[in-house]
Design a protein around this ligand. Sequence first.
Ligand SMILES: [Mg+2]
Length: 417
Amino acid sequence: CTKMFSLKDCDAIGFDMDHTLCRYVLPTQIELGHQAVAKWLVEVQKYPKNLIDPVIMHPDMIYSGGLLFDAKHGTLVKMDETGKVEKASFGTKLLTKSEIVDFYSSKMSCDHYQKILDGVLSDKGVYHLHDNNFDMTLTVLLSRIMELVGNKKYDVFGDFYKAIAHAWDAASFSGGNSMFFEEIKTYPEKYLLKCPEVLKTWLKALKNEGKVLFLLTSSHCDFAKHVMDYCFGSDWRDYFDIVVSKAKKPRFFNEEFPFKMVDPVNLCELDSEVINLHHKGWYSEGNSTLLFEHFKTWTKKDNPTVVYFGDSVKSDIVSAKAKCSWETVYIMDALRVETASLNPLSSNEQHLLLSDAFGPILSCSNGTNSFFRKLIETYGTIAVPSVEYVASLPIEFQYSRLGNGKGYYPKLPDKLI
Ligand SMILES: [Mg+2]
């Protein structure tokens, strides 16, 4: 499609919540996510105490997109656009070229390349593409754990998944037993940023233009309410025609799970399956097919154009585009490296999001594009530094689509290529 992209041409406009509509203070949020998982491994599974050292001790092992964790070798890998391993680390150290050849043969090609490019960004226990701010909290921990792999005392992958499940389990928010949720409940101002007025005004303007607005988050209803109450204020539901929590993206786009009703007072989901979604309703789980049927009714169009904003290539971008043919706006924090982007990255954020060891996110040392760039340009419509950036432009603004260096806003940053 060569036509320019404009929100004016969209009928339904949807948003992810975490790191999209609601922005986090990245340095504190990354450290908290790391601690929530690391502490459980140290305290419950008796891993060495150095796992809980702050992530800032290994800033090179954090990277704001595109590192593949290859479980077969325990390596973190940066690929070029053809699937050739450009850089790799084992533990907290970068591998030399001859060490890469030992793992990946003289061709230095990564087996998972085609499957990931086809849209399978994670295969449990086999590989996981780190593509978003949540994943960034895990790279330092994984690197430190891999240095322990030789020690057979640990079931590394089993323990790692158990630790993640513990830290982010649905019951943990109300149960009070997750460090991550307890911190964000008690000190929201340390981790979350208030939504700027320009964004609220813009949402109202989109509503006035007759757009259907929806919030679609994988966070559970109690956490979603906590975050939205803090960032937007208690009237946050007024901005949206429908709210879906616990959406389990990308499953929401790929499978046909039923919707359930959310009880907004007791903040729990009701058991019975819902077929007719009500305007202004709040639901959990569900699927894109049934939601789209309702968009047709609400917009009175046979084939309404839908756009979805999200920060996770894996959960928000790939399936929304590939399975649903929705337009996708990729929220890419690394684009805030440009000073014209609004809220440019602080030096602390730059230190964390960019890595001297792995080099630029969007290109490789041999002059080719990185695999991550190919992925973004395959599935994204445009890439922007924040929703606020889009909100600061007119609704009828015409965006160039991603490809050939275009589609990144405010521009393709020199520091990323
Ligand atoms: Mg998100």
